[in-house]
Design a protein around this ligand. Sequence first.
Ligand SMILES: N[C@@H](CCC(=O)N[C@@H](CS)C(=O)NCC(=O)O)C(=O)O
Length: 197
Amino acid sequence: MFLKQIEASDENFKFEYRNLNLKEQEQKQDWFLRINSSGQVPAIEDTETGFTLGESKAILFYLAERFMKNTDWWPEDLEKRCKIQHLFLLSIDMYNTVGPSAAAKFMFGRQVRQVSWDQLGAMITCVDSHYENSWDEKLTIADLMIYSICALALDTPTFFDWINYESLIKMAKAVRALPGFDDVHAYYKKWIQSKIL
Ligand SMILES: N[C@@H](CCC(=O)N[C@@H](CS)C(=O)NCC(=O)O)C(=O)O
């Protein structure tokens, strides 16, 4: 998604996206381990410099620093950047609540304990209040991370009524309106729909 934004802002920027077949363990093949020795997606290779990197958050920081410096996505101002880092750290806490709840149910078909849903609910409330109190309606790289973590819970019929989380939904709508969103999410959308029906 962020690569699409960079592409839109810089006509010389080119990227090639490659899907790996995780079931076939393509992520453990030598060529990929040279890019990310952890053997996990996502990972990038900057063909101009030869630099390689794994870990979604580290990748976003790298791309922002290299290609989107001094934009709303990754501003110059130290305080604004620290606020972005704050949200990144919050996204890790959120990830840890989505894993045992929405991901367990929809990715692995497991029974989910009420306490896990409660923890996810508390986290969504916390993130929603962050957007209510501190969001200036300009998307940053941290919002993309929060969106991607919320997406599973947002797109599946959990017992949360998303209408109650107005501020978070406002941010999610802004992400969904980004140019290229539908293309990037087409594969995921198909997958998640097959899990729900
Ligand atoms: N903390 C990592 C997590 C990456 C991750 O869990 N990747 C999964 C797919 S979403 C993966 O590559 N699984 C295959 C494997 O571990 O072999 C990140 O944010 O990039």
